[in-house]
Ligand binder design. Sequence first.
Ligand SMILES: N[C@@H](CCC(=O)N[C@@H](CS)C(=O)NCC(=O)O)C(=O)O
Length: 145
Amino acid sequence: MTYTLILGNRLYFSWSIAAYMMVKKFDLSNHVDIQIVLPKEEADIARFLKDHPPAKTLPTLITPDGVAVSDSLAIAEELSSRFPDAKMWPVDAKSRALARTVAAEMHSSFGGLPGLCCTNRVEGVLPLTPDGFSLQPLFGVCQVQ
Ligand SMILES: N[C@@H](CCC(=O)N[C@@H](CS)C(=O)NCC(=O)O)C(=O)O
């Protein structure tokens, strides 16, 4: 059973880097084929993905049963359900609850962050201003745990 993970260029596409790191960190490379979109296709990603509705963004995971999962948190949840041995979420219930909180918060609450701190692994990362985005309390709780 092979999954296909379609990614943008990992030098610039932060959402794609996140999905790529999931596959590497949890040792899923034997199950997940990585396909990188070519630069000439980056301008119209929705068109590139037209054969995989409802996907319109990268990363997109195509499951062996043909479902296009096209949101990085949904990809994380789907891989976690399908590969329980990988233990993508912490096993301990309290740690898992916190991990889910932080992942969901990061995913839904900081929409301006990618625009302010563009990912560019060629030229480097721009300075982060965590206070402006109230990231500090979130990270603080994680450090205490
Ligand atoms: N919520 C999505 C966001 C993904 C996203 O916005 N991807 C951008 C590239 S970094 C994209 O594919 N944009 C193409 C478009 O909007 O046409 C996720 O978590 O994966």
